[in-house]
Design a protein. Structure first.
Length: 207
């Protein structure tokens, strides 16, 4: 979508993720941020694809409800698009979300060392004017070199691993040197597929 058209609608990013903010900004969009206060652990699905889609929808529902309660969706002249997303890591068939402790973060990252993990991410674009919703999921694989224990210690002490799915922050300066290869889109691993987001924005704007 041409950037000249983007002035015809507003964007709300429903995420506290710094990586998602950076990706959306790189795409040339201006946006405001509203975060969803939901209990992600209360939403369970067996398949990672279903889980990330359900979580993105739950985040959208929570944010829309909050905006309605605050009277922020009344008589809105501009079309407003809400973008929500979710990401999980799948390691040896097990879904991993954000680590809940230092021990779990260490176990997660040690597992990736010399191995690989799959990242499954969803994007949902909700047109708050028309009620139309368009969503999609994507996957990518990340292969790692051996990660030294001192690097793992530093990552955990910094605390950043607790804010990302599977404790996996691909773009972190401590992590990046140990990434052997990414099969799929790097921005999917970081939390927001540019190609899918662009496509869904266009689809959500159609009558």
């Amino acid at each position: 979508m041409a950037r000249s058209e983007s002035s015809s609608f507003k964007i709300i990013l429903g995420s506290s993720s710094m990586a998602r903010r950076e990706i959306l900004a790189e795409m040339g969009y201006e946006f405001t941020v509203v975060t969803a206060d939901i209990d992600e652990k209360s939403i369970r699905k067996d398949k990672p694809e279903e889980l990330v889609v359900a979580l993105a929808e739950a985040k959208a529902d929570a944010i829309i409800s909050r905006l309605q309660s605050a009277g922020q969706l009344k008589d809105e002249a501009h079309t407003t698009l809400l973008i929500t997303a979710d990401t999980v890591v799948v390691y040896k068939g097990t879904i991993r979300e954000k680590p809940s402790s230092k021990e779990e973060a260490r176990e997660f990252i040690k597992g990736y060392s010399g191995s690989h993990a799959e990242v499954v991410g969803s994007v949902l674009v909700s047109n708050l004017q028309t009620g139309k919703r368009k969503g999609e999921w994507d996957r990518a694989e990340v292969y790692f070199h051996y990660i030294p224990d001192e690097v793992i210690d530093n990552l955990i002490e910094e605390g950043i691993t607790f804010n990302v799915a599977g404790g996996l922050m691909l773009e972190h300066p401590l992590t990046l040197p140990f990434v052997e290869a990414v099969v799929g889109a790097t921005d999917t691993v970081m939390g927001l597929s540019k190609a899918i987001t662009e496509k869904l924005i266009w689809e959500a704007m159609q009558q």
